[in-house]
Each structure stands twice: as C-alpha cells, then as structure tokens.
Design a protein around this ligand. Structure first.
Ligand code: ARG
Length: 477
C-alpha cells in the first residue's frame, strides 16, 4: 500500500485541552449547566452501541486511508487504538463520562487519550448523525437476527408438541364458548403460522434497513472523495443509502422493527392468556412445569403462571415503545433533531423484553404437561358436536342446512332440559324430534369422530394435522 502524505489535520470535535467547554471548544465560553448535561447525555444507555460504533469507525477510517484522505500510518494507529478501546470496554471499568454526552464522543475521547492527535482525523468526512444512524442499524440488524432465531425456536417447540398431540381432542372455542372439537396439535399449529408471518415481517424490516448511512455526514454529504460503497460492503450493508438527507433523518427502521416486535408480543400475549386459562383449576388442560411457575408467599397450595402473566404483561411495554417512537418522530422537520436520541431506550427495552418473552414462551410450551383426559372431557361438553348433527342431516338426510340447523337447535334445547350433553341423548330422544335421525348420526356425536371427519385442507382431522406439521417443518425449521 502506498504511503500518502498527511493532509492538514481536520478540526476535531474532541477538545480536552484548556478550553472552557470540554466538547465544543472555541465557540463556547462556559460549561453546560448540570441540568443540560443530565438531559443531554445518552452514554448511560447508548454505551450498548460501543461494538457497532467501533466497527463503523474502523470501516470509515480504513476507507479514508484507501482514499488518501488520511495516511495509512494514522489509520493504522486509529484502528489499533479502537481495538484497545473495545478491549477496555469489554474488560469492564471503562471510564464512561457523561460530560462527553454519548458513546461516540466517549470512544473518540478515549482514542485521543490512547493514541494522541492522530485520533482527531477519525471524524473527517463524518458526523455523529451518520455515525449514530449506522450504529443503530448495525445493532438492530443483529437483534432482528436473534429475534428471528428465537421465533424459529418457538415454532419448533410448537411443531414438536403438535406432533405429539395430532390426535388429542380438545374443545375449540369461539367467544370463549365451546364451539367444535379440534385437535390440540391443530390449535398449536395456529401459532406456528402466526410466528411464521412475524418472521416474514422481521425479514422485511431487515431487508429495508440494510443500507449504509455512512458518508451522509451531517446531512448534505461531504466534499472529501469518500467511497461509500466500500464502507457499506465492509459493514455488511447491501448498498449505501441513496439520499444523505434521508439517511440521517429517518428512524422508520426502528419503528418498523418495533411494529414487528409489537405484533410478536401481541401473539405471545394471546398464547400467554391461553396458558393462564388452561392451567387454571377450572380448565385443568395443562400443568406448567415447576421451572415456569411460582408459589405464593401466603397460600401454600398456589401454583401461579407468573411467566405467562409476564409475557402477557410485557406486551404492554413493547407496544408502548412503538407508540413512543411514532410520537417522537411525527413532528420532526428534516433532518436530525436531538429528539431522535429518544429512539434508543424504547428500542433496547422492547427487544430485551421480546427476547425474554420468546424464551419464556418456548420454555413453557416445551415443558407443559397436557392433561388429555380433561381436554377430552371438556370437548364432550357444551354440545360441541351440534354442527356435526346438522351436517349429517344435510349430507345424509338431504335437508337444507338452515332446516338442519333449526332441528339441531331443538335437539340441543332438549339435551339442556334433560341436563345432559347432546352426545349423551338416546336415539329415541333424537328421533322424537326428527324421525330421520339414525344410529349412524349418533356415532358422529363423539368428539373424536367429529375431528376425524374434518379432512378439508388446513382442517383439524389428525391426518390433515400431520400434513400441516410436515409442511411447517419444510417452511420454517
Ligand atoms: N447521541 C446522539 C443520538 O443518539 C448522537 C447524534 C448526535 N448528533 C448531533 N447532531 N448532536 O442521536
């Protein structure tokens, strides 16, 4: 590589010399008020971006050297220094300083302390505006990948349990009233589809966010002959962002990720609600494992589904993060405003919560004990097979569906008055209401029969459920 002559040192934002204001040097004649520092500082939370910040800086300075904007020697010193800063942060005890505002200035100031004036060349042809937009995209891209992997793990848990329970009969509900018998496996596979669409949204979001803001500088681009394609490639972006104003202005990628997270959280919350209901004494469908239950400090008999409740509850903060960011962004004239610093805490919190919820949901589904007897008994209540009698009257006795519906309604009423379920009526009782009903019809009123007959594509018959499982394994796992 050819040695370039050093261009004159660019002005550096970091000035820890004698200036009155540590950061902004010449322009300022007094230090910030303590309140100013408190409202302005983000390093307490954006220190999480340290690895992405250093990665972005290494890509940037490597490009500056290749373009002859800084010397190879200075670039080498900067890269080595950044590696040291990273090692210091990872070793713990790094002197994070609120007075330096954010992670970007903290890293740069430490670099200056370690390598001296060459550090001042790193911020050439760059601004914290394109820097933070880059860092956050890198961080979120990795988080989306982790969330996708966790979703896949949850789908795998559902598919495995569905396989075990393809023929397990349970009541299906509408309005939380017993509707028709279904296979438990079928019910669990519904979540596999929901999470599958969620993963599609994560992938969409990842694809759209994967453009490099680096080189947008403050907003207008730069007069240095930078190579944006090079930094984009080095950081694994698909391409440089097309418009420098847009590149530093928008946080739609954060909002989109939070929208995807909010939907996942909403799906998990519905699952959690079912686990809470199903594990209650009144349902008795499942027992959550000890690993995902808690006791009560006063009632020795209690076994509480706290993990499920917290999965349900945490959906509130994830949805809240989405609303927070929509609200932060909606009134901002282009380009960057400091309001946008408010993007990080909700984003970090939402993805931390999401990861925890996905892990808890996966653990609960994998570990839960299914009480097949209780599910089967419940499927035999609530006249769950009334539709099957009506369908038989159509298919075998040739009645119009509406008439079959009315007759079955009279049969249900009779069962209610006799204090029994539809399927427990004697043939004579049925025939007293509708003489065309035969013993064949009676056999259909067994819930297992009812599910076995629903062989339509995507339906609840165990054979159909097996097909869905095979397809889900191909599509998702
Ligand atoms: N800490 C800032 C943020 O999170 C970095 C960008 C600062 N840019 C600026 N022009 N003050 O948004």
């Amino acid at each position: 590589m050819s040695r370039k002559t050093a261009p004159p040192a660019p002005p550096t934002e970091v000035d820890d010399g004698d200036a009155l204001n540590r950061m902004w040097g010449g322009r300022f004649s007094s230090s910030p008020d303590a309140v100013m520092e408190a409202i302005n500082a983000s390093v307490d939370f954006d220190r999480r971006l340290y690895a992405e910040d250093i990665e972005g800086s290494i890509a940037h300075v490597t490009m500056l050297a290749k373009q002859g904007i800084v010397t190879q020697e200075d670039a080498g010193a900067i890269v080595d220094g950044l590696d040291r800063v990273r090692a210091e942060i990872e070793a713990g005890g790094f002197p994070f300083d609120r007075g330096l505002e954010d992670i970007h200035m903290n890293v740069e100031a430490r670099l200056a302390a370690l390598i001296g004036p060459a550090a001042g060349r790193l911020h050439t042809a760059r601004s914290r505006n394109d820097q933070v937009a880059t860092d956050l995209r890198l961080w979120l891209r990795a988080s989306l990948d982790r969330a996708d992997e966790a979703c896949r793990g949850l789908q795998a848990a559902f598919v495995d349990r569905a396989e075990e329970h393809a023929a397990t009969v349970m009541p299906g509900f509408t309005h939380l009233q017993v509707a028709q018998p279904v296979s438990l496996g079928h019910h669990l596979l519904a979540y596999v589809e929901m999470i599958g669409r969620d993963r599609g949204r994560l992938a969409d979001c990842r694809r759209r966010l994967n453009e490099s803001p680096l080189g947008a500088a403050a907003l207008a681009g730069t007069s240095y002959s930078i190579d944006r394609a090079m930094t984009a490639e080095q950081l694994g972006f698909d391409r440089p962002a097309a418009n420098s104003i847009d590149a530093v202005s928008d946080r739609d990628f954060v909002i989109e990720a939070l929208a995807a997270a909010a939907l996942i959280a909403t799906h998990l919350s519905r699952l959690a609600e079912e686990l809470v209901l199903w594990s209650s004494a009144q349902f008795g469908f499942i027992t959550l494992s000890d690993r995902f239950s808690t006791g009560s400090s006063i009632m020795p008999q209690k076994r509480n589904p706290d993990a499920a409740e917290l999965v349900r509850g945490k959906s509130g903060r994830i949805v809240g993060a989405l609303i927070a960011l929509l609200t932060v962004m909606k009134g901002l004239a282009l380009t960057y405003s400091k309001d946008m610093q408010e993007d990080k805490e909700p984003l970090f919190d939402a993805f931390d919560s999401l990861e925890l919820c996905l892990a808890a949901a996966t653990g609960m589904v994998r570990d839960m004990t299914v009480h097949e007897g209780a599910m089967a008994r419940a499927a035999g209540t609530g006249h769950a097979t009334a539709t099957d009698l009506a369908d038989w009257l159509v298919q075998e006795a040739g009645l119009p569906f509406r008439e079959a519906h009315a007759i079955t309604g009279r049969v249900v009423k009779h069962a209610d008055e006799s204090g029994c379920d539809l399927k427990d009526l004697a043939l004579a009782d049925l025939q007293a209401i509708e003489p065309r009903i035969t013993a064949d019809a009676l056999a259909l009123l067994d819930p297992a029969q009812a599910i076995a007959r629903r062989t339509s594509e995507g339906g609840t018959a165990p054979g159909e459920v097996e097909k869905q499982i095979a397809r889900a394994r191909q599509r998702f796992l």
